[in-house]
Design a protein around this ligand. Structure first.
Ligand code: GLU
Length: 276
């Protein structure tokens, strides 16, 4: 049975781009006679707000979507992610990283494309790590790409089916560097939570925007390391506004709440986005 999901983070109000993504996944589930799951990705306690979650539910219902109950809220399942982290750690695939926000920001500022953090550091020498632990310094857990590569005997056989291109794409987990699996503050991080949940919820089709294409390469590696099934992926093009720029959470004027307040009907928005 076809099972897909829409997995927003309640860090802001939904905009047209989210509506497109949610409608795409929902329509695909409908067409396949499958299931549509809504998941709330709220592990980032510093940025997620209950009022944004409430707004997401309201917006999606307004759009005419229906989803299965209960809705999985990641913040309520931290033990599941912890267990996955422990499995990886027990196999020697992780290491503690004590770098501070300030050090990371400085690295990013120096990087040529600015935005993404790509770190391949490896563990500290044992005595230094012991000293920092004894001093009570906080640390994140990172995935060691080197150890992962050794464990799998290389990344050569790692790939995923990209439905929008009708072909398998070789995964290049190096794109993300030694990703953070567990943040200092919340004890888990995005990639780990997503692969654990996609597997636990039986998601076999991940339909999401092309902005997460690189994330798929990292997530495919985590699936292999955790012996989880690989879903089929469909990354859809991101929607652009009339000015040709992609919609983003920071463009307040384009939120679904504002469109609704301005008198737009769900039927009109669905039609505009190419549904119905
Ligand atoms: N929670 C992520 C976001 O809002 C999406 C995760 C996913 O679709 O895998 O961007």
């Amino acid at each position: 049975m076809f099972v897909t999901r829409f997995a927003p983070s309640p860090t802001g109000l939904l905009h047209r781009g989210h509506a497109f993504s949610a409608l795409t996944a929902h329509a695909a589930a409908r067409a396949a006679g499958g299931r549509f799951i809504l998941r709330i990705e709220d592990i980032d306690a510093t940025r997620c707000r209950p009022q944004f979650e409430a707004a997401i539910l309201e917006d999606l219902a307004w759009l005419g979507l229906a989803w299965e109950q209960p809705v999985r809220r990641q913040s309520e399942h931290l033990a599941d992610y912890q267990a996955a982290l422990e499995r990886l750690t027990a196999r020697g695939l992780t290491y503690r990283c004590f770098r501070t926000r300030r050090e990371i920001a400085a690295d990013i500022a120096r990087a040529p494309h600015g935005a993404m953090e790509i770190w391949r550091g490896g563990p500290l020498p044992q005595d230094e790590e012991a000293a920092r632990l004894a001093a009570g310094e906080a640390f994140a857990w990172r995935l060691s790409l080197d150890a992962a590569e050794r464990a799998l005997g290389g990344f050569g056989s790692l790939d995923f089916l990209e439905e929008s291109q009708g072909r398998r794409i070789p995964a290049d987990p190096g794109l993300g560097g030694d990703v953070v699996l567990a943040r200092k503050d919340v004890g888990v991080a995005y990639h780990l939570a997503v692969v654990v949940d996609d597997a636990l919820q039986g998601i076999n089709h991940v339909i999401r925007g092309a902005d997460l294409f690189e994330a798929t390469h990292v997530q495919r590696l985590l699936q292999a390391l955790l012996d989880l099934p690989a879903p089929v992926y469909r990354h859809h093009a991101l929607l652009s506004g009339p000015d040709g720029r992609r919609y983003a959470k920071r463009d307040r004027a384009q939120t679904l709440a504002e469109l609704r307040a301005g008198g737009m009907t769900p039927q009109a928005l669905r039609r505009e986005l190419g549904f119905d």
